[in-house]
Design a protein around this ligand. Structure first.
Ligand SMILES: Nc1ncnc2c1ncn2[C@@H]1O[C@H](COP(=O)(O)OP(=O)(O)OP(=O)(O)O)[C@@H](O)[C@H]1O
Ligand SMILES: [Mg+2]
Length: 314
């Protein structure tokens, strides 16, 4: 017996009590307990030997499983990060454009102010307020990019359920505008708070919104391109819907869109990880991500995340 194991000392150190005690310890996650041996070759001693060997085996097995679970979690975290980096490439042009607008406003107004060296602060108040607005807007964009790029494990806390959707929309709005896509918001008023990692959910919505835009860009329909984003509380969950009126998911692909590396995009333009990583993030929250049929055309993705009141009870 090695020094880290503990030999049971029972009031009655014989018989089945000892063996039962070791098995109860194993079942409750303690693998360092051993039954005392008499080494007299009796049936009880053989049983003690076997139960000790079993405790040791199970202990080793559980340690291996724990290590593998940690390796798997690390691999998944890396996958989430890799997928994010790929998406950042896709978003960067839009974000640069997005930052350029307030920057241009700031430049124009500072040039204007420079041309009026004798103006009083009161006379410049409106211009200064515009500069403040523009810089706040830049701050919001930078915050959204920073939240998106952050690579860390899941941090679940009480969040405003609208926040991750809005910070995702900041990142995609310029690309949507360029592709003539209207975004409709339908948010239930006075939504209760959710238990979630806002950065990770932002990643889910960026993926869904980018997919919706790609689908709409590939669509040949003459009707207006629309992405509809809904948020509502339903029972103990907050339910997000992201729908588009593009061509929708082909019936033969519906069962595979959440598979890692499944993509219908041209080689080099899609990793096929977006939905699989997003699905993993939703499940990690104790929620779900599914594809639902949309009438008459298009795709509807539904994200369900626990509300704070539900999480508190469990
Ligand atoms: N809104 C949508 N409309 C139609 N098809 C969709 C939509 N969203 C996803 N799909 C289908 O699901 C597939 C998988 O999507 P997923 O986001 O996982 O990967 P991807 O978009 O192809 O690549 P990426 O890793 O760059 O996101 C897409 O290739 C597309 O066929
Ligand atoms: Mg995608």
């Amino acid at each position: 017996m090695d020094s880290s194991t503990e030999e049971l000392v029972l009031e009655s150190p014989h018989g089945l009590d000892v063996v039962t005690e070791v098995l109860i310890a194993v079942a409750s996650g303690r693998f360092d307990v051993r039954a005392p041996r008499s080494f007299d070759g009796s049936a009880m001693d053989v049983l003690a030997f076997m139960v000790n060997a079993t405790a040791e085996e199970v202990g080793l097995l559980v340690a291996t499983l724990d290590r593998e679970r940690e390796d798997l979690q690390r691999a998944r975290d890396q996958l989430v990060l890799a997928e994010k980096l790929a998406a950042l490439g896709e978003l960067s042009a839009g974000v640069a454009h997005e930052l350029n607008q307030p920057l241009t406003v700031i430049r124009m107004i500072t040039d204007l102010l420079r041309s009026k060296p004798n103006a009083t602060i009161a006379e410049c108040a409106a211009d200064l307020a515009t500069i403040a607005d523009a810089s706040r807007r830049m701050g919001r964009i930078v915050d959204s990019v920073r939240a998106f790029a952050r690579g860390r494990s899941l941090v679940v806390e009480s969040i405003d359920p609208i926040a991750p959707v809005e910070s995702a929309l900041v990142l995609v709005q310029e690309a949507n505008r360029q592709s003539g896509i209207r975004v409709d918001r339908d948010y239930q008023p006075d939504l209760p708070r959710a238990r979630a990692d806002a950065d990770r959910l932002q990643q889910v919505f960026v993926n869904l919104l980018v997919n919706a835009r790609h689908a709409l860009e590939s669509s040949t329909t003459t009707s207006e391109r629309v992405i509809h984003v809904g948020i509502a509380a339903q029972g103990e969950q907050v339910v997000y819907t992201v729908e588009d009126n593009g061509p929708g998911v082909a019936a033969e692909h519906a069962g595979r869109v959440f598979d890692p590396f499944f993509t219908t995009k041209a080689p080099g333009s899609g990793t096929g990880l977006g939905l699989s990583v997003s699905h993993g993030i939703c499940v990690d929250h104790g929620g779900s991500l599914c594809l639902e049929p949309r009438d008459p055309v298009g795709a509807r993705f539904v994200v369900r995340i626990p509300l704070e009141r539900e999480a508190k009870r469990s």
